[in-house]
Design a protein around this ligand. Structure first.
Ligand SMILES: Cc1cc2nc3c(=O)[nH]c(=O)nc-3n(C[C@H](O)[C@H](O)[C@H](O)COP(=O)(O)O)c2cc1C
Length: 287
């Protein structure tokens, strides 16, 4: 318990976050660069970069583009692969106070299961967050857009881990509440919402898309009201804890998510503007 009587955020399966403010996946890597800039151990959780079975080099540049009130990214899940995370990165987290939640991505149910299995014996990993905004290679559709596919994925992961399983929901759906209910029924301990919104930017001089794959993921303050609506819908739909993410820049924009029912938040793009943002949000929520 902290001095102000706060007992932490209980996400289930023994995972209690020390406070409500975490660093969103993909915006703080695996924590090693940010640790040199801020006192990362004061924060509630580090959600790592999306991690896959095999190492990935990611997409060709440019991978990011600034937009009105936000940014587009198309990183392509660049990461060293789960074996490196488990054997090289995890020992570097030893002694860190911040819970490390590994964000897991894949193109098949088996990919996610294999990743989670590798992480299962790693003591430094506090939980997993499943990024279901990934195309299911067999069916071509993102797992997160199909409640049945999302549920199958979560059930398969549930079967191989005792750890807390958080499912990161995609906002690029007609009914996010239906996906949230499906993953809750399949055994998710908590959900985080939302991932980025599909967006596109045109290079005005050439008429071409700025990002090489055409579209990318929109994040930053531009999406905060959209994310808030999605999180409110998810909070109304499920009984498990909901973590709010999308466009948080300060304590006020974070508090909006708590008001609609989220138990914790993640700060993403705003960390690129000011690495202290998450700490400032934490201070502001306490004040
Ligand atoms: C550069 C970048 C990389 C990201 N990579 C991931 C990722 O690997 N896995 C994931 O679940 N979300 C990823 N996200 C999404 C963020 O975690 C977050 O859900 C989204 O950006 C909305 O929050 P924000 O507006 O505070 O950034 C990424 C976002 C950005 C900007």
């Amino acid at each position: 318990m902290t001095a102000d009587g706060f007992k932490g955020v209980d996400l289930g399966r023994g995972l209690t976050l020390p406070n409500r403010v975490g660093l969103a996946s993909g915006t703080a890597g695996y924590g090693f660069e940010l640790e040199q800039l801020i006192d990362i151990n004061l924060l509630g959780a580090l959600y790592t970069k999306g991690t896959t079975v095999q190492p990935r080099e990611g997409n060709p540049p440019p991978r990011v583009a600034e937009t009105g009130g936000g940014m587009l990214n198309s990183i392509g899940l660049q990461n060293p692969g789960v074996d490196v995370v488990a054997s090289v990165y995890a020992p570097r987290w030893r002694g860190w106070a911040i819970p490390i939640i590994v964000n897991v991505a894949g193109g098949s149910v088996d990919d996610y299961v294999r990743c989670v299995r590798v992480l299962e014996p790693v003591a430094e990993v506090a939980g997993v967050e499943l990024n279901i905004s990934c195309p299911n290679i067999a069916q071509g559709l993102d797992f997160g857009r199909d409640p049945a596919a999302a549920a199958r994925l979560v059930a398969a992961v549930r079967a191989v881990t005792e750890r807390c399983v958080i499912v990161k929901l995609s906002p690029n759906v007609t009914d996010i509440a239906a996906v949230a209910r499906a993953v809750e029924d399949a055994g998710a301990d908590a959900v985080s919402a939302v991932n980025t919104y599909i967006g596109r930017k045109i290079h005005r001089a050439t008429g071409q898309s700025v990002l090489p794959l055409g579209t990318g993921g929109l994040s930053g303050p531009a999406i905060q009201p959209l994310a808030l609506a999605a999180v409110a819908a998810v909070c109304d739909a499920v009984h498990i804890p909901v973590i709010g993410v999308g466009g948080i820049v300060d304590a006020a924009s974070a508090r909006d998510f708590l008001i609609v029912g989220a138990c914790a938040v993640q700060v993403g793009t705003a960390t690129f503007v000011n690495p202290e943002t998450a700490l400032q949000v934490l201070d502001g929520l306490r004040g």
